[in-house]
Design a protein around this ligand. Structure first.
Ligand code: HEC
Length: 111
């Protein structure tokens, strides 16, 4: 019985000695094109600089049409809840842009 335990222990140790069989390989993925770009206009640069690090333009544009106050609260939510590093001075410009773009541009909402 003792011999069996010793043998099992030896086998276990031997198993530990073997290097793990893990193969690493390069992989690449192709992200789908985002068909919705930010339309030209004043404030576009501010939106690109402050808003597109975390999500695509379509996340911002494919929203129900909302009021200026709602856009102010959305930008505020990005800053306070999601810790978006938004330049305070750019907030009015960003809000103006989002309001204008929403009323000017017709865009397809998600199917
Ligand atoms: C630090 C990352 C970050 C930055 C920067 C950021 N957002 Fe967001 N945003 C998020 C997250 C996280 C969500 C929630 C996504 C989800 O629910 O799938 C979101 C969602 C949204 C939504 C969807 C509606 C909602 O209320 O959830 C809008 C619109 C939006 N962001 C606009 C903006 C605008 C405008 C800016 C620039 C002022 C901005 N975001 C910057 C992280 C960010």
């Amino acid at each position: 019985m003792k011999g069996l335990i010793a043998l099992s222990a030896a086998l276990l140790l031997a198993a530990c000695d073997r290097p793990a069989e893990v193969a690493f390989a390069d992989a690449s993925i192709t992200l789908p094109d985002d068909p919705i770009d930010l339309p030209d206009g004043p404030g576009r640069d501010a939106v690109i600089a402050n808003c597109t690090a975390c999500h695509s333009p379509s996340t911002m544009l494919q929203q129900p049409r909302v009021s200026r106050e709602k856009w102010e609260s959305i930008v505020d939510k990005m800053i306070t809840l999601y810790k978006a590093p938004v330049d305070e001075a750019a907030v009015p410009e960003i809000v103006d842009y989002m309001v204008r773009v929403q009323s000017d541009v017709s865009y397809e909402t998600a199917p």
